[in-house]
Design a protein around this ligand. Structure first.
Ligand code: ZN
Length: 623
């Protein structure tokens, strides 16, 4: 072999012309096959249905534990569970251990909470072109925070991530870190002016005539949008423009060079103009790994709301819900706000695919999660005290939500098939179950003398051996943590007592509320990914109908204000399992067994012929 000759010879045509391999990895929040099959069918969701036939789909995916959104996504992207990647909860355990208490926490969605390399950084580091659309723990580099003292290994991992994110071959955008204003509803002329605090200009709405409202910026009234009155849209979203009765975007410039875009929808306007129902979408700021990426995204897409109007609907601001005697309008109005979110997400996806022509695209969609939180509690046949009308309506709305998810999946399939050698990986990060009761482990621990709290429920750590935290687990208050009182040789005895009193908790019919207990630091616990520096010591499973919270006052069990869908339960519970499919052109559909969320990043890496993310523990399952 003569090297000079090789260098002068073009690569063999078969290689030179082989198109590069590409991968799209999309997570639909809360997307499980179980709920699809309950609330959709092959007519209402044909693309999802065909995925089950022509995709290579797992029987189910064992998610991260606890099965909550930031934890699940971190496990998908890093190929490791929270005990390794550092994201253990939405309210994630704080570091370093010696200066934080067991009750301190940081936001599990923040990049700061991540202590491992996600796939989009791993791929870009290895030279792939990458577009990341709303991944959790992004677009900043992972925090790689030390457990106790600074570590050169973590410092160099962080420096490597910083250098990779500065490269031109990676673009990552996210708006979930910067919420300027939540969605709101304006009901009367008295409410027609509102400010973004010290963030930027205030907005002013005025009724122009019988069927239009004008919304303008106070400082720059030339910047205004017209909002036309239109009846609630009950037609199927397929085959028509999405969110078609929403206004154009109103751009609002904010402090520190930021900007947001707000959309308006006029559902009602009374003849005397004294009452109206004007929905204002939530205002978020697009962040990106480089400023020019965020600016280009904003110029093309004009903002993406992170969620629909679920909260305004729950507060009754879109009209009475069916369970309260409503005619279904409130629910359809909410679904229009979902259309707006979906349309903007789809625009962003198209823009990223066209602009960056990525070899790896990661994408996200906040549904069905938000719709299941909103409707599953009412729709599920097991939930007590739901009227027939409310149950039927909730099932109808879930069917509609899955039709929209079907359209979003159709978009992803179209993009994947627009380039040869592209694999589409589809998953979610948890399932969903109905809940109508809340269980308070801290009330049990308090009654047993394991925890002390004042009448307002504030935990007194100086007299507390163990507590349920906002993370969803129970932590022993060890010496070595700030405020810790339990010595190392007493930890096992405390945990044994905690386990005993929790198992003894009974509902009104005498049945146990705590149905399973998982211990960190055991082989079983380690394989589920619980514990680790930012996790807890003991995790629980609960009986059907129960959710839980860290409140230390009042009765042990409280009813929820209204039934909802919930997740966060043990990853061994089947109803927490999302789906997992791989689709490719010409692929032959088949089923593979249960896989784990940590298998996605290694599978994507293997397909792209790169090394898996630096801290991955999963394995490639689609060969
Ligand atoms: Zn979620």
């Amino acid at each position: 072999m003569v090297f000079g000759a090789l260098a002068a010879t073009p690569l063999r045509p078969a290689f030179a012309q082989a198109p590069p391999r590409r991968a799209i990895l999309i997570s639909f929040d809360g997307f499980s096959e179980q709920r699809v099959r309950e609330y959709a069918d092959s007519l209402s969701a044909p693309v999802i249905w065909s995925m089950f036939h022509d995709g290579v789909c797992a029987e189910s995916v064992r998610p991260a534990f606890p099965s909550v959104t930031p934890v699940g996504h971190a496990s998908i992207y890093t190929g490791a569970y929270g005990n390794v990647n550092g994201v253990s909860a939405s309210s994630n355990g704080a570091l370093p251990l010696q200066t934080t208490t067991i009750l301190d926490y940081i936001d599990g969605f923040s990049a700061r909470s991540l202590r491992a390399e996600p796939i989009w950084i791993a791929a870009a580091r290895q030279g792939k072109s990458v577009f990341g659309h709303f991944p959790t723990q992004a677009p900043q580099p992972p925090g790689y925070e030390p457990v106790t003292v600074p570590s050169p290994a973590l410092d160099s991992a962080r420096a490597r991530a910083v250098a990779t994110l500065a490269r031109p071959n990676i673009a990552v955008v996210n708006m979930y870190n910067d919420l300027v204003a939540p969605a709101r509803v304006v009901r009367s002329p008295a409410e027609m002016s509102w400010a973004f605090g010290d963030e930027g200009d205030s907005l002013r709405a005025r009724v122009r005539d019988d069927s239009t409202v004008v919304v303008e910026l106070a400082r720059d009234p030339r910047r205004a949008v017209i909002v036309h009155l239109a009846p609630t849209d009950t037609t199927t979203p397929r085959g028509r423009a999405l969110a078609r009765f929403f206004s154009d975007p109103l751009r609002v410039d904010l402090a520190r060079g930021r900007r947001t875009f707000v959309y308006f929808r006029l559902f009602e306007l009374s003849h005397d103009r004294s009452r109206l129902l004007l929905y204002v979408s939530e205002a978020r700021v697009i962040q990106a790994n480089r400023p020019e990426v965020a600016a280009a995204y904003d110029d093309a897409v004009h903002g993406v709301p992170g969620n629909g109007g679920g909260r305004p609907m729950e507060r009754g601001e879109l009209g009475p819900r069916v369970q309260q005697g409503g005619d279904g309008s409130a629910e359809y109005r909410y679904m229009e706000t979902v259309e707006l979110v979906m349309r903007q997400f789809m625009r962003g996806t198209e823009w990223g695919w066209r602009t960056y022509h990525p070899e790896l695209a990661t994408d996200y969609f906040p549904y069905p999660d938000e719709a299941l939180h909103t409707f599953l509690g009412y729709a599920d046949p097991g939930t007590p005290n739901v009227s027939n009308a409310a149950r039927a309506n909730a099932a109808r709305m879930l069917k509609r939500a899955y039709t929209m998810i079907d359209m979003r999946l159709e978009q992803m399939r179209r993009l994947a098939s627009s380039e040869p050698n592209t694999r589409l990986f589809v998953t979610g990060e948890h399932g969903m179950r109905p809940a109508w009761l809340t269980f308070k482990p801290n009330v049990v621990l308090r009654t047993a003398g394991i925890l002390r709290a004042d009448s307002a429920g504030k935990v007194d750590l100086a007299h507390t051996q163990a507590a349920a935290t906002r993370g969803g687990w129970i932590s022993v208050n060890r010496v070595g943590r700030k405020g810790g009182i339990v010595s190392a040789d007493s930890v096992d005895a405390v945990l044994a007592r905690v386990e005993r009193v929790l198992r003894a908790a009974r509902d009104s019919s005498g049945k146990p509320i705590v149905t399973a207990i998982f211990r960190a630091g055991t082989p079983a616990g380690d394989s589920l990914g619980i514990g680790g520096p930012t996790g807890g010591d003991l995790y629980i499973g609960v009986a059907p109908g129960y959710y839980w919270g860290p409140v230390a006052t009042g009765p042990m069990v409280d009813p929820l204000a209204f039934p909802h869908g919930e997740h966060g339960f043990p990853s061994t519970d089947f109803d927490m399992h999302p789906l997992g499919c791989m689709l490719e052109a010409g692929g032959i559909g088949k089923r593979i067994g249960e896989i784990r969320s940590i298998d996605f990043a290694p599978s994507v890496a293997e397909w792209l012929r790169i090394s898996p993310p630096a801290d991955a523990r999963g394995r490639a399952v689609w060969r």
